[in-house]
Design a protein around this ligand. Sequence first.
Ligand code: ATP
Length: 582
Amino acid sequence: MLFSKIADTFAALESTSSRLEMTDILARSFEGMDPSDLRNTIYLSQGLLHPDFYPEKLGMADRLILQSIATTSGNPADKVEKMWIKEGDTGTVAEQLIANKKQMSLFSEPLTLDAVVSGLRSIETSEGKDSQNRKIKILTSMLHDAGPLEARYLCRIVTGRMRVGASSMTILDALAQCYAEKENRPEIERAFNITCDLGLVGETLARDGMEGIRRIKVERGNPIKVMLAERLPSLAEVMERMGGRCAMEYKYDGMRAQIHITKDSARIYSRRLENLTDNFPDICERLMRNLKGKEAIIEGECVAVDRDGTILPFQNVTHRRRKHDMESAVNEVPVRIFMFDILYLDGKDLTYEPYPERRRILSESFEMDDMVGMTVMETIESVEQAEDFFDRAISSRCEGVMAKSLSDESIYRAGSRGFLWIKYKKDYHETLTDSFDLVVVGAFYGMGKRAGKYGALLMASFDQETGQYCTVCKLGTGFDDAFLDGMPALLDEYKSENQPRSVSAKMVPDVWFEPTVVLEVVGAEISQSPIHTAAEGWIKEDTGIGIRFPRFTGRVRDDKGPEMSTSVQEIYEMYEMQSSDS
Ligand code: ATP
């Protein structure tokens, strides 16, 4: 298959911000595609060569790419560099210079998808002495055969900054449209949620249809998208929603871990599927030893504790992620895992088992000790009992409680947020709203003491329906000096010359960013707003909702990707809850 066909599709995707149009473009391009080409096309559309959770990532340095562009296009290096400084994107530079090249070389051959994938794989795995030269050589040879559009996308993919705007959900829509019926969409999405591998889902669907999709099962080694909780503003509402009876567990404030364990290996994934195995060697070792069966996938919250087992605030455990000297970190910051779910045991997918059964299996599958334990859980049958349990959770330094349904339907819903689990935190007592995890999409230069620095940030949340990031507040408080000084290091690599296509905003900041960095923010209330675009038109025309008096809590949510930020739909629900309370 020719890479030019794929480049045309990427260009068409880039020319629209409508999710429906993107779905159509993708579905048309998927039609009749060879299954393994489809798999590679899906990865490339996300700037990847493998599923997201693979540790290998492309990320060739811009300067090396510029050298390849200069050689291929026959332009002096300083001219290419000047253009790059102006354009800010190696893809655009390559496209323009290759278009200007008078005539294609006599020896150039059409670039195939296979050649691109194998070239990129060689670049990805090039290591050690002379690897820079090897990378330049491989890219130069691909650019030599590329037309302008192909060059644009090759350069963007190889830097790891490919953004054509098609989200995972849009790709799933397109796959369903092309290869299945509308009613099959949830099953296709489930296959993705239990494998986190869009390419695998695409290839299976193209090759074996829905039969193949139904054969996809939870497997050790493939991370599973985590199940998430809804929120309600009072314990009385939690109990009512649960039908008067539920399980309640302490809600620990640490780091969620999904752990794939055998007797001699363990791999830890964060909730955004990063591999954190090296950060928790002690937990891995203990779980391997304490597992009674042969293999399992469990979930739990990793929490830092002091020497006598008292829970420490969450910052202590995040410290583990940033430490380079892991041996001393393991000694300085002892960690405990509070397990709360089991998704797989000895060849059996447990995600369809109801919660009480999973909990029983989990508690019987491990030896418990000072490092490995279960979350505290009780069966609750009245609001008074719930309040008492909540008070005990807070005194034990937890952030609240998780209510969990005991019904027969209480399966593990991978990747979905629903009322089978409801969280209730102590913040709700104080502010009426939960904290928000918002995405930075812009910055405003500061004045006075903050002159020359970023003084405020434009914050957005993800609209799950449209795939757009919509603004909800301008954030200027809660920053300490260290954070203000560190902002360029945190944000500048995501700078964008123009308003990113995935951002919907009326306010125009001094600097735009590709939606990437997620910060935790608290606010006094959610109100209607003419200047923010979240939920615009849902209450009335030209009006969205915004967060009033937002304040940064100091917590950078590097465990969340931008699509995992508090969604527009959730903020709208909170707005409604708050209105019904007053
Ligand atoms: P938050 O910011 O409240 O942690 P979140 O968006 O990360 O929210 P939620 O679904 O809202 O995720 O809250 C669930 C999180 O609470 C889980 O991801 C997990 O990390 C943590 N947690 C702590 N204790 C428990 C428990 N007993 N059962 C399930 N999750 C728990």
